[in-house]
Design a protein around this ligand. Sequence first.
Ligand code: UD1
Ligand code: CA
Length: 470
Amino acid sequence: MADTGESPPARKSARASARDLLVVILAAGHGKRMRSTTPKALYPLGGQPMLRYSLDVARQLSASNVVVVHAPGQRQLIEPLAPGARLVVQGRPLGTGHALNQVPQALRGATEVLVLYGDVPLLRPATTRRLLQARRRSDFDSVLLAARVSDPSGYGRIIGDDGAARIVEETDAAEEELAVDLVNTGITAFRGAALWPALRRIKKSSRTGEYYLTQVFGAMPRRTYLTGPEDEVLGVNDLWQLAAAEATLRHRKNHELAKSGVMIVDPTTTYIDVTVRVEPEAVIEPFSFLRGGTTVGARTRIGPYAEIYDCRIGEDCVIGRSHLQGSIVEDGVDIGPFNRLRSGSLVARQSRVGSFAEIKNTLVGPESDVHHFSYLGDAVLGKGVNIGAGTVTANYDGLEKRQTVIGDRVFVGSDTILVAPVRIGDGAYTAAGSVITKDVEADALAIERAELRQVPKWSQRRRRKASQDG
Ligand code: UD1
Ligand code: CA
């Protein structure tokens, strides 16, 4: 069957009947080829668990019901990812046909059933819409999504044309069938009334002991397939294919951002999770990583070599080669190279962080400077504060973390140790090298220093003695 474009009226009808669409996501296989105990559906991909991609497709189709078929013991892991979906357990992994047959009777009344495979994450909603429309237009029993791929190994091959097509699994394929590059993606739209009786009739494979869903397709009187794009159909069975899926998603994300007005200087070395948002006119320099729930404001420059996890970065910022996690950076902030922002920090507008600073669970007030070699932990800084080089908040006494509070316009001299809990009043100064163990009044100078003693001519005497001894 030829590809059909998506016309506006057809799209409308797809929406209208979404109320009668059941989407079933098969995710109960043991994923043996991953060689790990982590459920395959939960593997991270583009910054979110792999299963999220199929769930997102189902959500965008506004399906009336969504079922996730999962393996025993995974309910608690899958539930948080799939709000609104029905979770159904498949007791033993007896094949894709057996997995689909776990759908409860109560949900089998839907006119249309779309089957998604939890390990086919690159599928776009538009392709599934085309599949559903193709089925509806001629009221087929089933329409399968096929694809021509450069390397068909591992996939079921589609043998025969249109209405006579059937799927031969790789393990069962003859030599000439193995050469076929038209493969089964697993994604199939069924007419509900045709699917369930046919599913009950399929037989176990004598070779593997599994019930193949692909047999159902071959048994349908009115069936056909639609050819989809190769970059959407990759099945993730092992870690190498997971890496390939990651590369595709990364390329898509960089492309989409560039089209929206974000300057991606070198897409091959820019790693941005699908979940990240970047405003137009931002610039992302090479070797930068934007992960998780990160957002970046307009005109901000990131990198090169920046790593940013779950942070909110404002507009007009400059973020150098630094590592930022779980923090907020307001508009106009400049963070130089080699800094680390740990969870719970906020750097307020127009502040500057120089280099080699570590900032944890700390509020840096607006227009403040944290220049070089400092540690600020569990601290609150006011507006216009200057933190001298080598400042350390001694926030931990081995038992508890304690707070340091620094008022507006405070000048903390170089190499000050602030032993928490301690408060420095507005406008106060601390002298370089001081260890501050008591609260400092507003506008005071706190100086804690052993008096400097000079021994006159000490060096001269030493040199003279050395020459006499020699
Ligand atoms: C399957 C297809 C193959 C197709 C390929 C596309 C069958 C028999 N074969 O092969 O034709 O080319 O996908 O990627 O369908 N699952 C269960 N319960 C089970 C077995 C599997 O829920 O008992 C789930 C898996 O978690 C996975 C999906 O079904 O999400 C596909 O299973 P998998 O074992 O990966 O099948 P493939 O060998 O990839
Ligand atoms: Ca697979």
